[in-house]
Design a protein around this ligand. Structure first.
Ligand code: ZN
Length: 71
């Protein structure tokens, strides 16, 4: 059976809420590739696009929206 910590919220692929939200995937702003992430990432993490190799710094807003800043 699946653990029940993943309650079906309005957005898929997210764990947690607001600025503490964690995400299991992201869409690269440079090449639009979808990158799955394991373990999930959150505010302050750094991401690497597996397709174009661009690095990003993650910022999660209080609304739980991801912003990626190119490094
Ligand atoms: Zn990319």
């Amino acid at each position: 059976m699946a653990p029940d910590y993943d309650d079906d919220d309005e957005k898929k692929g997210e764990l947690g809420e607001g600025a503490d939200a964690k995400f299991k995937e992201f869409d690269c702003p440079s090449c639009n590739a979808n990158n799955p992430c394991d373990p999930p990432f959150g505010d302050g993490d750094e991401l690497l696009c597996n397709y174009c190799g661009q690095d990003y710094k993650v910022k999660v807003s209080e609304e739980g929206r991801v912003k990626l800043k190119e490094l």
